[in-house]
Write a protein that binds this ligand. Structure first.
Ligand SMILES: Cc1cc2nc3c(=O)[nH]c(=O)nc-3n(C[C@H](O)[C@H](O)[C@H](O)COP(=O)(O)OP(=O)(O)OC[C@H]3O[C@@H](n4cnc5c(N)ncnc54)[C@H](O)[C@@H]3O)c2cc1C
Length: 401
């Protein structure tokens, strides 16, 4: 996006990429469907969803926000559709269609694309980048440079954190990069047995000791080691890894039913039921969860439903509404969708993405210390900041530090 916008404004642009092809990570997004944005058109609402440093993105969103992003893709023939929670996808369900638009733009503005060209180092002098040096030894000189090397997550896609290192060498401060939107690893011995269990629209509550400190909603998927799916990934964004030893996640399998309503429902199902309990509870308990439910509640699965005591029923309610698991750790960068932390935003001009430290440097995308929830927010951060960086770098202004 940055290269295309600079090219559109008449700049002579070279895009340097380590991989043999462009957009390797983009092709993986949204499970290959690319959730390209979240249809929240008011920038103030959008930045509120980012939390933390979100306000930094306000100027970029006013310039090239969700509406402009969608206009851009639509005007290039990409049809989109909006799914639940305002998530926007290509109508074709193909991330490749999003990449194709960007490639088409690059071609239109004659951006020179150098793939299989890892940058080895950036040479700067007197607060100015002089050149970049590729691993091949080739040097590239330019008036302005845009750094868009992404974070550290899914390093196999090329984002191995090089940008942080170069920025630090050029005296930029880096907020410690951490895996974010990443599965929660839990300590329970039975977790492997739940692998593959998928709950539609669950609620997760985060506890620090006895205190509830955060909640998320959405689909949850149990893995062999813990919890994944949007609700779990979003919760990881709110977790301080330093405080992890006192954290528990509580799964509410049935958030649409209050505790008392669930109890009533169970009473209706169980009283007068002559089936064994393991063969009842349809619509309330996912079959894969039943063995663990009976194990933890110490209810004999062969027991007849109408013989379930009040105490046993209340235990079932508790396990379905307050299923608590101790969080052991967050999964690492190799499983994290994004990186939290990155280039310190106080050293970047939000109106231009211009570095306040290096006179001819612009920084955009995931490299910035911004981290949105799941739902298309993170790509929007890239579209908006990239567009602005491209525009500012092309303006050829003599930026003053
Ligand atoms: C599995 C997965 C699914 C996701 N799904 C979504 C989604 O549906 N919606 C959403 O909004 N976000 C999603 N994200 C997050 C989103 O993909 C990223 O936030 C976004 O791709 C970041 O864009 P970027 O251009 O800043 O960095 P990247 O996409 O990481 O691109 C950086 C590029 O820089 C290149 N590079 C790095 N170092 C060098 C070097 N030394 N020399 C040359 N080139 C280099 C890399 O090879 C890479 O191609 C997902 C992430 C993952 C991992």
């Amino acid at each position: 996006m940055a290269a295309a916008r600079a090219g559109e404004l008449g700049a002579k642009v070279i895009l340097v990429e380590k991989n043999p092809g462009l957009g390797v990570k983009l092709l993986l997004t949204g499970g290959g469907r690319c959730n390209l944005t979240n249809k929240i058109e008011d920038p103030r609402v959008f930045v509120a969803r980012l939390g933390g440093n979100g306000k930094f993105l306000l100027a970029a969103l006013y310039k090239f926000g969700v509406t402009e992003t969608l206009d851009f893709f639509h005007s290039h023939g990409l049809k989109t559709k909006v799914e639940n929670n305002n998530r926007v996808f290509p109508a074709s369900n193909k991330a490749a269609a999003v990449l194709a638009v960007l490639l088409q733009e690059l071609q239109k503005y004659q951006v020179a694309i150098r793939t299989s060209s890892p940058v080895k180092k950036i040479v700067s002098q007197d607060k100015k980048i002089v050149k970049i040096v590729l691993t091949s030894g080739q040097e590239i000189l330019a008036n302005n440079f845009i750094l868009a090397t992404g974070g550290k997550s899914y390093p196999q896609t090329g984002s191995s954190g090089d940008g942080y290192k170069w920025l630090a060498q050029m005296s930029h401060s880096i907020i410690t990069p951490r895996p974010c939107l990443t599965p929660l690893l839990v300590g329970a011995d039975f977790i492997k047995a739940l692998e593959g269990l998928s709950i539609i629209e669950a609620k997760l509550n985060l506890y620090f000791g006895a205190k509830k400190i955060a909640s998320t909603s959405g689909d949850v998927i149990f893995t062999a080691t813990g919890l994944s799916g949007p609700a779990a990934l979003d919760l990881s964004r709110l977790i301080d890894p330093e405080a992890i030893k006192d954290l528990q996640v509580e799964v509410d399998f049935l958030p649409q039913l209050e505790q008392s309503a669930l109890d009533k429902k169970l009473q209706q199902v169980l009283t007068g039921g002559t089936k064994q309990i393991k063969n009842s509870l349809e619509g309330l308990v996912i079959p894969k969860f039943k063995p663990i439910l009976f194990k933890l509640s110490k209810i004999n699965p062969d027991k007849k439903s109408n013989l379930i005591s009040r105490q046993e029923r209340l235990t079932l309610v508790k396990l379905l509404k307050n299923f608590k698991l101790k969080i052991k750790a967050l999964a690492g960068f190799e499983r994290a969708m994004i990186t939290k932390g990155g280039a310190d935003l106080t050293e970047i001009d939000p109106r231009t993405m211009h570095s306040k430290i290096i006179s001819n440097l612009f920084i955009c995308g995931e490299l910035l210390d911004l981290a949105g929830p799941t739902g298309g927010y993170n790509l929007q951060i890239c579209w908006s900041s990239g567009y602005l960086a491209g525009e500012s770098a092309a303006a050829g202004l003599k930026y003053k530090l």
